[in-house]
Design a protein around this ligand. Structure first.
Ligand SMILES: NC(=O)c1ccc[n+]([C@@H]2O[C@H](COP(=O)([O-])OP(=O)(O)OC[C@H]3O[C@@H](n4cnc5c(N)ncnc54)[C@H](OP(=O)(O)O)[C@@H]3O)[C@@H](O)[C@H]2O)c1
Length: 286
């Protein structure tokens, strides 16, 4: 397993992280029911395999199946010493009280006294929302309180968008990490030929950088199947290698819910020969 330092947290984390959305959400990307007995057992086995093969970064959220994913993680990781893994979760609320209440419930589901990372569960941050987060007595102050109280070690936010507001959150200098959407089909965060992008900004502020949807949540593969049904090339592997090839990405999160996928993805991260030179991919002759 390849490891790296997760930004200013200084923590040693595996370059792929176990993403918990697909485990807890019903029909999130594919037909699936987390409430089936087999689902719970399958995720427990996947978590066990991930630990055995060296994955130490685990990402879940209160919002994944009304805490089902957190409960699965709590059960599957209960024998693990807290200091041996990096456990991240998220809350969806936007007030201090909602955030604290959500964290308290997360700790119960995860069977822990603290989590390594609490994140604002973001999508596209609006101006007013961001003003509220950064205002005195706002959400960011509350998250720093969580840190002072020892309920969390680090604070971060997640974002699907690359708008001005996410830049404002980075530039506050008060977050320890960011989780952003970056993959082969969403490359706004990283344009090395100019260069510009939020990945560079996050690196400048020494944030731990995790990315979501390395295998594009299946979108790219579905497109290929539509335009060229006979094509059998393993695009998922290449897509994951693409994200791992980015030197600014600390952890590429991949949604996993089966032992077989964990084995496959650990094989991909261990195949360091499969990394590509992104500067060459983006090379332009102008
Ligand atoms: N706003 C936010 O905070 C936010 C948003 C999205 C995601 N995230 C985080 O990022 C994680 C990853 O994103 P995601 O789960 O949405 O999408 P993803 O990782 O792009 O896609 C997950 C799906 O890809 C398939 N897959 C995984 N490895 C594969 C491989 N080697 N070959 C073929 N297929 C493979 C799995 O299918 P099978 O089920 O068939 O194995 C899985 O269901 C989430 O779980 C979550 O932790 C956060």
């Amino acid at each position: 397993m390849e490891y790296t330092t997760f930004g200013k947290t200084g923590r040693n984390v595996s370059r792929i992280g176990f993403g918990g959305a697909v485990a807890g959400l019903k029909n999130y990307l594919y037909e699936y029911d987390p409430l089936q007995d087999d689902s719970f057992k399958g995720v427990a086995k996947a978590l066990e395999k991930a630990l055995e093969l060296g994955i130490n970064y685990f990402d879940t959220a209160a919002g994944y199946g009304n805490r089902l994913s957190e409960k699965m993680f709590g059960e599957g990781l209960k024998g693990v010493k807290p200091e041996d893994i990096f456990l991240a979760t998220k809350f969806s609320g936007r007030t201090k009280d909602e955030a604290f209440a959500s964290l308290e419930e997360s700790l119960k589901c995860l069977k822990r006294d603290y989590v390594d990372l609490i994140q604002i569960h973001g999508s596209s941050f609006k101006k007013e929302e961001t003003d509220d987060i950064l205002a005195p007595g706002g959400l960011l102050d509350a998250m720093e309180d969580m840190k002072r109280q020892g309920l969390v070690k680090y604070i971060g936010f997640t974002t699907e968008d690359n708008n001005d507001n996410m830049y404002r959150l980075i530039q506050s200098g008060r977050f320890d990490s960011i989780q952003m959407c970056y993959n082969f089909i969403f490359q706004h965060g990283y344009e090395p030929s100019r260069p510009f992008g939020s990945l560079y900004e996050a690196e400048k502020y020494q944030l731990g950088i995790a990315t979501m949807r390395a295998p594009t949540s299946g979108t790219f593969q579905r497109w290929i199947r539509m335009v060229n049904p006979d094509n059998t090339f393993d695009y998922s592997r290449a897509l994951i290698q693409f994200v791992l090839s980015n030197p600014l990405v600390d952890v590429a999160l991949i949604g996993m819910r089966s032992e077989a996928r964990v084995i496959e993805n650990v094989d991909i991260v261990n195949d360091t020969e499969g990394r590509i030179d992104l500067d060459k991919v983006h090379e332009r002759y102008v």
